[in-house]
Design a protein around this ligand. Structure first.
Ligand code: PMP
Length: 312
């Protein structure tokens, strides 16, 4: 936190933090996978680049470079001796700044947190609803930024969905077109093609979404980025969410309409399996998406004996 490694119990913030009152912060959610006697961070650079872009959009001055934040994340996992599936949460937020809404002169804090993390949902397929809330729109706050304040929109949609007995909500954009889940992008399958809303449908440009688009093309499956009407959700052949937390997660029902035969679709299953092969390091072509924690340290250890002890 703010350039030092501290215990989470010592990572304290003021109750007067601007971010707490006004949502003036940006964050990321990143996964690290444990296998082959190492821990691999998935698409670390892309996540940190998105963090930098979110900060820029929201006037949050993040001085640390992408390389600096990436290497600190690697070191943090090693210092904690994590050898398990891990969730990484970098957050850059505005501290004590009085009641003035202008965040520009308010001091910025940077923290990276870690915790052991397996799965976001306990189920292997989801019952969903279309939310009565609309996804935030670019005319008020930019959905492309992963900003703290934006998640009130997700939180109330999620709460409403869960209180009504669903696992997850699907939000429409301000034009009534399909946007995304509360913390996931959405894909539907129609006539063998994957269809997903474009970045202009108020989505967060998901890194898992991008991964699935690339893997689908590798599988010779056509992907179409286009607007999706609400009723298309009810009549699609398959549907699934993508996201760092949920990975590839089948949608079984939407507003009580069964999707396909009510089980994970065939194409969804193939994409989920390929995604898992990639994150498990079994696909050479995509090995550059995986940053090894301990091997990196062994390499660096030659010039830094303090780090060398961490990798042993
Ligand atoms: N949309 C929202 C609102 C999200 O919070 C997330 C999770 N970061 C996603 C989509 C999926 O993005 P990613 O695949 O990069 O995790």
């Amino acid at each position: 936190m703010d350039g030092e490694f501290v215990r989470s119990s010592d990572a304290k913030v003021s109750v007067l933090s601007h971010a707490l009152h006004y949502g003036t912060g940006v964050f990321e959610g990143i996964r690290a996978y444990a296998h082959s006697e190492n821990v691999y961070i998935f698409r670390l650079k892309e996540h940190i680049e998105r963090l930098k872009n979110s900060a820029k959009i929201c006037y949050v001055d993040l001085k640390n470079s992408v390389d600096d934040l990436c290497s600190t994340t690697v070191e943090l996992i090693a210092r904690n001796e994590m050898r398990c599936q891990t969730y990484i949460r970098p957050i850059v937020f505005k501290g004590i700044g009085g009641i003035d809404l202008n965040p520009v002169k308010v001091p910025t804090h940077v923290a990276i947190c870690l915790f052991k993390f397996e799965s976001y949902f306990e189920k292997s397929g989801l019952d969903t609803c279309v939310s009565s809330w609309r996804r935030i729109s670019d005319v008020s706050t930019p959905p492309m930024a992963k900003a703290c304040g934006h998640y009130l929109n997700s939180a109330i949609a999620k709460a409403e969905a869960c209180l009504n007995g669903y696992d997850e909500a699907i939000l429409l954009d301000s034009n009534g077109l399909v946007s995304e889940g509360t913390g996931e992008n959405i894909f539907i399958v129609k006539d063998g093609k994957l269809v997903t809303p474009p970045p202009t449908a108020s989505i967060l440009n998901g890194i898992t979404r991008d991964t699935v688009i690339k893997l689908a093309s590798e599988m010779h499956v056509q992907v179409v980025e286009r607007n999706i009407a609400r009723a298309e959700l009810y009549t699609c052949d398959e549907a699934f969410f993508t996201g760092t937390a949920v990975e590839v997660m089948p949608i079984l029902t939407i507003d009580k309409r069964q999707i396909g035969d009510g089980e994970m679709g065939v194409l969804t299953g193939r994409i989920k399996a390929f995604f898992s092969e990639v994150t498990s390091g079994n696909v050479e072509k995509y090995s550059s998406w995986l940053t090894p924690v301990y091997a990196t340290l062994v390499k660096e250890a030659r010039s830094d004996p303090a780090i060398a002890t961490l990798s042993s």
